[in-house]
Ligand binder design. Structure first.
Ligand SMILES: Nc1ncnc2c1ncn2[C@@H]1O[C@H](COP(=O)(O)OP(=O)(O)OP(=O)(O)O)[C@@H](O)[C@H]1O
Ligand SMILES: [Mg+2]
Length: 148
């Protein structure tokens, strides 16, 4: 898997294929300090789960990874520490997540990946936000932009 450098805020890059998508996830896993939150944005099929797979593999988990759309939250026991994966797509009010002890789960995790987490951006102001998009005419590529 090709090494993938991190993006600076505002930077945009093309990720050509699943390997580059996963490699960015791996680079983020290594760069983000224990307890960090990472926000992912992007329409259906933009590559959020693929990036999360690369991130989890780098932390020592290579089991099955999907978007926890119905469960809202999933904990993965990676060898480098627990990873929390949240899919807030169906959440109307972030109070629902806090009622599920979101902040304690984040505090107890090596890393927390949150999809569709706009309602939490102000509460976790240090957390980077990455946006993924399809590229018109090129189904084998995605565009990534670091928004914060
Ligand atoms: N950088 C990339 N280049 C080409 N294909 C990619 C890239 N990243 C992911 N894909 C492919 O795009 C498809 C959708 O990816 P993925 O499931 O990760 O998207 P998602 O954002 O999690 O979608 P959803 O919102 O539906 O859960 C998969 O078939 C995956 O292999
Ligand atoms: Mg997904």
């Amino acid at each position: 898997m090709a090494a993938q450098a991190l993006l600076s805020v505002g930077e945009r890059r093309l990720l050509r294929g699943v390997d580059e998508q996963r490699a960015l996830g791996a680079a983020l896993a290594r760069a983000l300090a224990p307890g960090s939150v990472l926000f992912l944005e992007g329409e259906l099929g933009a590559g959020k789960t693929t990036l999360t797979q690369g991130l989890l593999a780098a932390l020592g988990f290579d089991g099955h990874v999907t978007s926890p759309t119905y469960a809202l939250m999933q904990l993965y026991p990676a060898s480098a520490g627990q990873v929390l994966h949240v899919d807030a797509y169906r959440v109307r009010d972030v109070a629902e997540l806090y009622e599920m002890d979101l902040d304690e789960l984040i505090a107890g995790s090596r890393l927390s990946v949150i999809e569709w987490g706009e309602g939490l951006y102000a509460d976790y102001p240090q957390a980077p936000i990455y946006l993924f998009e399809h590229v018109e005419g090129d189904p084998e590529t995605r565009r990534v932009t670091r928004r914060r």
